[in-house]
Design a binder for this molecule. Structure first.
Ligand code: GLC
Length: 441
């Protein structure tokens, strides 16, 4: 497609959001993702705030209908008029905590809500901002309390995840490696050995919309499906699940976003003169400290960690850069990460930032979270670079991100080597975050 001007880029981005608007929420991409996703809506609200502040608030408010009574925000709220096959897979009604009349998934996604609430709040007049925060705070507190009570049972400071979907970076290398070790049923191994995945592939919905080479492999998809069935059998009860499974990860990306969101939550509370429970504040502090346990001096990178073995999962991914977004790491560590960003065989790609370093054996140019460049990752890292005072680098990354989309459209992800668009076209968070980048200096 022809390269767009800045003004055209903004107009086109707005069109994408309009096209995916379902009234009270925005779907990530019409055909491929017809429901409401948790962190997608948070990114979408960050863009909508510049064009229609009421609609941005509605986007986040509609997430509240899906919140479970124990505080969890599920990663998917199923659309009533979309196919119900997927909601039947999850059967959220099996959990006593799921909402009565709303079908959802049974796992969460990165905690971006407090960030989105503040970004929307920044666009409101003082009185409206206060009532906005008053409305959202109880839901946020309940969510963060759930994260710490349910998903940090040993009070280690790091939240554990029970399904790769919870990380948002669905099939990134650390998850695939854990999956292969601890969560691959025998029958999937047989399918793999006998190459029967070609037949199974006929039943996949996603590859009817998107080139199979852009999506996760059928073996991975099957293993993810089997992992959902296991969660469902235990009615999404984490205690029951943890007593039997070795598949639980203290995910680096998730915990970085949590550190940031914890800060945002404190800002919200302070603005409206509310106190957060002291025990929760203690746990927030612990998360910041524990994040440093994920650093590996020998390779100079951060990693996710297995909750069970307590060993770092030494598989590189873009998550190693997200402590920049968390914003609590030392200048020294920031310098080390800046070196990784600049190295051409690492993250210094033609169209940064690849979701797996270019020289890594797991790197695959167009395969989902195993190599392509994603706009939400760039957006977070640009934000982190700015806060650490790397203005020049932040501006450069912003420019490359805008150019990438100007040249190639609003896809879900792109080749980091030549910018080739991949995944779903007209992807909402790509559009929303481009609007945000254009509208913020
Ligand atoms: C994919 C992404 C996930 C996103 C969802 C909807 O599953 O990996 O992060 O939330 O699509 O866009």
């Amino acid at each position: 497609m022809a390269e767009l001007t800045q003004t055209e880029l903004l107009e086109e981005a707005e069109k994408v959001l309009k096209k995916n608007d379902r009234g009270k929420f925005t779907v990530p991409a019409g055909d491929l993702y017809p429901h409401q996703w948790f962190w997608d809506s948070c990114f979408i609200a960050c863009g909508l705030r510049h064009i229609d502040i009421d609609r941005a608030q509605i986007e986040l408010l509609s997430l509240l209908r899906g919140q479970w009574s124990n505080g969890m925000f599920p990663n998917i709220i199923f659309s009533e008029n979309a196919e119900h096959r997927e909601s039947e897979l999850w059967r959220s009604y099996l959990s006593p905590y799921s909402p009565n009349k709303v079908a959802t998934s049974g796992v969460t996604q990165p905690p971006m809500l407090a960030e989105a609430v503040v970004r929307v709040g920044e666009k409101l007049r003082s009185a409206d901002q206060k009532s906005w925060y008053q409305q959202m705070l109880p839901h946020l507190v309940k969510y963060h309390e759930w994260l710490y009570t349910d998903r940090d049972p040993h009070q280690e400071g790091l939240i554990l995840l029970l399904h790769p979907y919870e990380s948002g970076l669905d099939n990134s290398p650390p998850w695939i490696s854990e999956l292969r070790k601890h969560s691959m049923p025998w029958w999937i191994r047989i399918i793999e050995k006998l190459h029967l995945d070609v037949i199974v592939n006929l039943f996949r919905r996603d590859t009817k919309h998107i080139r199979p080479g852009d999506r996760m492999s059928t073996i991975e998809a099957l293993a993810y499906w089997a992992a959902i069935l296991r969660l469902r059998r235990k009615a999404y009860n984490s205690e029951a699940l943890l007593s039997r499974s070795l598949f639980a990860v203290e995910d680096l990306a998730f915990n970085c976003m949590l550190v940031r969101s914890n800060k945002r939550l404190q800002e919200i509370a302070k603005t409206i003169h509310e106190e957060l429970p002291p025990w929760l504040l203690e746990r927030f502090k612990k998360t910041e400290e524990s994040l440093e346990e994920l650093w590996d001096e020998a390779t100079g990178q951060y990693y996710s960690r297995s909750f069970v073995s307590h060993k770092l999962i030494e598989e590189s991914s873009i998550a190693t850069l997200l402590p920049l977004y968390a914003g609590t790491i030392s200048e020294d560590r920031v310098k080390r990460l800046m070196e990784l960003i600049a190295r051409p065989e690492y993250f210094g790609a033609e169209w940064p930032l690849p979701s797996v370093p270019l020289s890594d054996p797991n790197y695959q140019e167009l395969k989902y979270w195993q190599g392509p460049t994603w706009i939400n990752m760039n957006w977070m890292i640009i934000d982190g670079l700015r806060r650490y005072g790397y203005q020049k680098e932040a501006l450069e990354l912003k420019k490359r991100t805008l150019d990438l989309v100007k040249k190639n459209g609003f896809n879900e992800y792109f080749s980091a080597k030549d910018g080739c668009p991949a995944g779903a076209p007209n992807f909402s968070w790509t559009a929303a975050l481009i609007i945000d980048l254009l509208k913020t200096s």
